[in-house]
Ligand binder design. Structure first.
Ligand SMILES: C[S@@+](CC[C@H](N)C(=O)[O-])C[C@H]1O[C@@H](n2cnc3c(N)ncnc32)[C@H](O)[C@@H]1O
Length: 216
């Protein structure tokens, strides 16, 4: 993997151990569970979680569907080590790969479902388009993408959150209209917002998107 800059889950390394507890308090865990409930997972599916972070989504998915092959991809080696430890504690097998979401080291049409949970706002504009094109490539025809990310911050709160946490500065480029347009551009069929979840005690909201890889 060619190393290049990326926005990690926690702005400061010392903050990484607090990522999971903070996520829980701020409502991200229940949003992830909602995302998983929305997915239709077939038996023995091959599932990819891009920007898998500490592996929470993979562990939830494996507990509900033990027969799936669960792959987690993230460029951050420290967070992947955490994910590995978490998976071991949960007796869940996760195949963790170090890499970027726009250069996925998997063959064409080899994945049934892709999940993206609170990672899309970490990407630069060009990385978003390139990532979605990479997903169209690795998904089997008709395979699904389920994407969960911050959608809105109550007006006037943007500057506060951006100061508190660098990735939120990129939220301006993360509106529902923009993500749906990018999904169309990348060639996904029927992109749609299929749900919303309240976060951070009602200050912000996450949207759940679903789109299908084109049948070829
Ligand atoms: C806020 S965390 C979300 C982690 C996890 N999906 C969750 O729900 O908790 C964002 C993750 O995206 C990863 N990330 C940042 N840039 C990336 C890229 N270009 N490709 C893949 N992952 C990336 C970060 O390392 C981080 O682990």
């Amino acid at each position: 993997m060619a190393v290049r800059p990326y926005l990690s889950a926690a702005q400061y390394e010392w903050a990484l151990p607090f990522y999971d507890p903070a996520s829980k308090i701020l409502g991200l865990d229940s949003a992830r569970r909602e995302l998983v409930l929305r997915a239709r997972i077939g038996p023995k599916s091959r599932i990819l979680d891009i920007g898998c972070g500490t592996g929470t989504l993979g562990v939830i998915l494996k507990s509900r569907h033990p027969d799936i092959e669960m792959i987690g991809l993230d460029p951050d080696p420290k967070i992947l080590r955490r994910a590995q430890r978490k998976a071991k504690r949960a007796h869940a097998t996760l195949d963790l790969i170090r890499g970027f979401s726009d250069t996925i080291p998997l063959p064409d049409e080899s994945v049934d479902t892709v999940f993206s949970s609170f990672m899309f706002h970490h990407l630069e504009r060009h990385e978003k388009s390139n990532t979605l094109r990479a997903l169209v490539r690795v998904l089997r025809p008709g395979g699904n993408l389920l994407l969960l990310d911050f959608a809105r911050v109550k007006s006037g709160q943007d500057a506060f959150w951006a100061r508190l946490w660098a990735p939120t500065a990129r939220l301006k480029d993360n509106s529902e209209e923009r993500i749906i347009a990018l999904l169309h551009e990348a060639g996904f069929a029927k992109p749609a917002v299929i749900g919303h979840c309240s976060l951070t005690f009602g200050i912000s909201e996450a949207a759940i998107y679903q789109a299908s890889a084109p049948s070829r």
